[in-house]
Design a protein around this ligand. Structure first.
Ligand code: PEP
Length: 289
């Protein structure tokens, strides 16, 4: 039954996306949301040494005047290195790739939100598919999201379907479930929408070179914004930033950046190269003018 609902929702969204693409709707009006500052986040994963991080910081062009926010999520040990190398650049934020849900205790090898913030980060990625694949379930994602907010960090909540789930028409069901389990009961009043970022990261597009088409990305992101509207309020959802992630690169950034519900990107592989990341930022800055 829910797969039928998935299919109907997809058809409706497809019509909307094609109408926008054919110039039938006022895209400028739809994207006109001053609260949604574009965000380009680079997830370095387990790459780079201190000297690489310093070289990267020297080469990165954040297109500071464009209003785009750049975020680097290095391995945790490199946070202080980057904080020093980037000192004074207020257009670059720092983030971690994960956190522990407790704030202290006997958890060998783990880091709390408070520690991450203390090391210079203001964001943290939560529920990345590579962590879900190594056993992280929705309940742990829910706890980590709360721990991040409790520590004063902005979580980037990653959601996305596997290829088998897409092929059997379960994409929206997966997204609905991941969002609901992570965000339900976040408290009254609801957190500020600027404090939570949601990244749509179809698992089949991550590190595969197989990027989602603009219409696949837009239909998923508009679905996510609608669900956020149901969980919080329509006004809340309109102010929340949504990212697309999955094989974003210099060649596809522009065609994705112009989509009404894309407020930026979560970039893996291409984000390891400062010139490539600078070009992606430029593409988003061009769309933001
Ligand atoms: C990611 O790991 O979140 C990601 C989007 O990676 P890539 O850009 O390499 O697909």
């Amino acid at each position: 039954m829910s797969d039928v609902r998935d299919r109907v929702e997809r058809i409706v969204r497809q019509v909307v996306v094609e109408t926008i693409a054919s110039g039938g709707l006022d895209v400028q009006r739809l994207t006109d949301s001053p609260a949604r500052r574009p965000l380009i986040a680079a997830n370095w994963k387990m790459n780079m040494l201190a000297a690489d991080a310093r070289r990267y910081a020297a080469k990165l062009d954040t297109h500071a005047e464009s209003g785009v926010e750049t975020l680097i999520c290095p391995p945790l040990v490199l946070l202080p290195v980057l904080r020093d190398a980037l000192s004074g650049d207020t257009h670059v934020s720092l983030g971690a790739q994960d956190l522990h849900p407790e704030h202290a205790g006997a958890h060998t090898g783990e880091h709390s939100g408070e520690m991450i913030k203390d090391a210079g980060a203001s964001y943290v990625i939560v529920g990345h598919s590579e962590r879900r694949a190594s056993g992280e379930d929705d309940e742990l994602v829910r706890r980590k999201l709360r721990a991040a907010l409790g520590a004063g960090l902005m979580p980037i909540l990653c959601v996305g379907e596997r290829v088998d789930e897409r092929e059997r028409g379960a994409t929206f069901r997966v997204l609905r479930s991941q969002l609901t389990l992570a965000l339900t009961g976040l408290g009254q009043p609801a957190p500020d929408p600027r404090d939570i970022v949601v990244a749509y990261e179809p698992v089949w597009a991550i590190g595969s070179g197989r990027v989602a088409t603009p219409s696949q990305a837009q239909e998923a992101l508009s679905f996510i914004r609608d669900r956020l509207g149901e969980l919080f309020s329509h006004a809340w959802a309109e102010r929340a930033r949504l990212l697309y992630g999955g094989s974003v690169g210099v060649g596809n950034a522009r065609s994705l950046a112009c989509l009404p519900d894309v407020d930026g990107f979560l970039v893996g592989g291409a984000g390891l190269n400062p010139e490539a990341l600078s070009e992606i930022i430029a593409a988003v800055a061009g769309e933001n003018r």
